[in-house]
Design a binder for this molecule. Structure first.
Ligand code: 5RP
Length: 221
């Protein structure tokens, strides 16, 4: 019988445990796959001195399981060794669309100070070209209409998500983009006034992809 998407997520969550560096601060992403990863992590809690979390959601789950969660500002120059997070889509160059769970800004910040980004995803997330999943863009609320118009000018169909981020901002979801050059689009949207973060992780993509498939977990590096 075929494995469910949740079972595939659980498999990659388990496989990610071997990337945790004992004794080092761990970066933890957000989402249903990461929730399963946090549950698996509980078995090696004594090896994780502290975590930096990318959302209130993950912080609560980590703390409920007895992990210490520190603010990124408490971290020294050493940064974070490994950051483990999911994705909504990932392409062959390891560029990703992220932010389906609304945590894209903090995810991008934590990823930016991490040496290795390990992406954990079920097989449905692997695509040839990004854009089937609507691209999330976090915006300062007063800029929502202006940024929406600019995204529409690129050919997207844009909806304002009924959601407020951990940073008190809004999210626009831009559907219908075929993203052939993710780095260029990330740079362009980042340059628009009012944009906090675009959910394209291309300039700093993943380093390792653990993909949950029917044939087992595949590792791409
Ligand atoms: C949250 C994210 C998640 O990593 C992404 O939405 C994947 O989520 P899930 O593991 O639930 O499929 O970017 O902002």
């Amino acid at each position: 019988m075929a494995l469910s998407q949740t079972e595939l997520k659980r498999e990659v969550a388990r496989a990610a445990i071997r990337y945790v560096e004992p004794g080092r601060i761990l970066g933890v992403g957000t989402g249903s796959t990461v929730d399963l990863f946090i549950d698996e992590l509980a078995a090696i809690r004594d090896q994780v001195p502290a975590c930096v979390s990318s959302s209130v959601r993950s912080t609560k789950r980590l703390e409920a399981l007895g992990f210490k969660v520190i603010d990124l500002n408490e971290l020294g120059d050493e940064g974070i060794g490994v950051y483990i997070d999911g994705a909504d889509e990932i392409d062959p160059g390891f560029s990703m669309i992220k932010g389906g769970g609304g945590a894209l800004t903090r995810e991008k910040i934590v990823a930016s100070v991490s040496k290795t980004f390990v992406c954990i995803a079920d097989a449905s997330k692997k695509v040839d070209v990004l854009g089937r999943f609507p691209l999330p863009v976090e915006v300062i609320p007063m800029a929502a209409a202006a940024v929406k118009r600019r995204l529409e000018a690129l050919g997207a169909t844009v909806t304002l998500r009924d959601f407020t981020t951990d940073n008190g901002c809004s999210i626009l979801d831009a559907a219908g983009l075929r993203i052939e050059d993710p780095k260029a689009l990330e740079d362009e949207i980042n340059s628009w006034p009012g944009v906090v973060t675009v959910g394209l992780f291309a300039n700093r993509g993943a380093d390792v992809l653990l993909l949950g498939t029917e044939a087992g977990v595949k590792t791409f590096e």
